[in-house]
Write a protein that binds this ligand. Structure first.
Ligand code: SAM
Length: 318
């Protein structure tokens, strides 16, 4: 469907859980409260919402979290979603730590591609930044390649880590021929002590290091990244810059939080409580109308550039 600014909305990000086995410093505070299990949308409820979304012309779904692979039944849910008529694509974003063991089930479910979040190849810094261990993520990448599954790498570049990390990630992405995307740090209350790097800062650092960069007009996936080619590297490199290259005018997505709020924008207080509707016995027509209303009212743009957001990214499903 089209929203009030005539943007075609065809992409829904579904957060399966607010829980994560990592606590990346830029994403959530070290200690965060979690919602009780019965407040999380059940799979049947999620599928009902997806059915309505399909009727509204949403055909691409991204499964996210928290860490989606922490939730039992994630691949069964993907399998059921993939079987729905009209579904074009179901993809997953994960920190990769639990991926190796769940990959066979995800492949059997028909997942279309996987994004792995990876910010550094320095094992000690990885642990400092995320609280997790790098080895399991590297193993998952190996398994993805062996299985022939399309994947991308996502990195939130921080000023404190700098060019060395970026160069190592470029080499890793080159090895796997996997698109590498740099997602600009979005300011949250929990990450006020961190400074991100913008796309142009990264590009100029790469140029200063002697690399040649050229814009690549092709799009790789459903995201708002602008892509570049770097001399000597086989894969495209994308920059997703919500602050320095605001893409709200072409935003095609809405988000469903794990507690059932349908949010027309990552950074907005408005949302439609679909869980309440469903648990109060709403009909399919009521559900459809409620979703249509909130999607239509999608705001013109986000406000990250005005004020840091008070939520954790893992609560909304970044
Ligand atoms: N756990 C999964 C993962 O790691 O991909 C899915 C959830 S995570 C919140 C989704 C993405 O949001 C990750 O790529 C993460 O790096 C990104 N992210 C989290 N906080 C962010 C922030 N403040 N600014 C930009 N990206 C952020």
């Amino acid at each position: 469907m089209y929203d009030q600014y005539n943007r075609k909305i065809d992409y829904l990000r579904i957060s399966l859980t607010d829980r994560c086995n990592l606590h990346c410093r830029y994403c959530q505070p070290e200690v965060s409260e979690h919602v009780p299990h019965n407040e999380i949308l059940r799979y049947e409820e999620l599928l009902r919402i997806c059915r309505a979304a399909l009727q509204l012309g949403i055909s691409k779904f991204k499964i996210t979290g928290g860490e989606p692979l922490l939730r039992k039944g994630c691949s069964d849910f993907i399998a059921r979603l993939k079987q729905m008529e009209g579904v074009e694509q179901v993809t997953l974003t994960t920190n990769g730590t639990l991926l190796a063991q769940q990959l066979p089930a995800l492949i059997a479910a028909g997942v279309d591609s996987i994004n792995v979040s990876l910010d550094t190849l320095d094992a000690a810094y990885y642990t400092e930044l995320t609280g997790g261990s790098l080895g399991s993520v590297l193993q998952a990448l190996q398994e993805l390649q062996s299985a022939g599954i399309t994947f991308k790498l996502n990195c939130v570049p921080l000023a404190e880590s700098g060019l060395t990390d970026i160069m190592q990630l470029l080499k890793l992405a080159h090895k796997y021929q996997a698109p590498l995307r740099f997602i600009e740090l979005m300011p949250l209350d929990c990450n006020a002590d961190l400074k991100g790097l913008s796309g142009s800062e990264i590009r100029s650092q790469l140029e200063q290091a002697g690399l040649q960069l050229q814009p690549d007009a092709q799009r790789y996936g459903n995201g708002p990244a602008s892509y570049w080619r770097i001399g000597g590297y086989k894969m495209p490199v994308g920059f997703i810059e919500p602050l320095h290259n605001k893409f709200c005018a072409v935003c095609n997505r809405v988000r469903l939080t794990s507690v059932g709020m349908l949010k027309p924008c990552l950074y907005c207080n408005e949302g439609m409580n679909l869980k309440r509707l469903l648990r109060d016995g709403a009909s399919d027509a009521d559900l459809l109308q409620a979703m249509q209303e909130i999607i239509y009212a999608k705001p013109a743009g986000h406000s990250f550039d005005v004020k840091a957001a008070r939520f954790n990214m893992s609560q909304i499903g970044g």
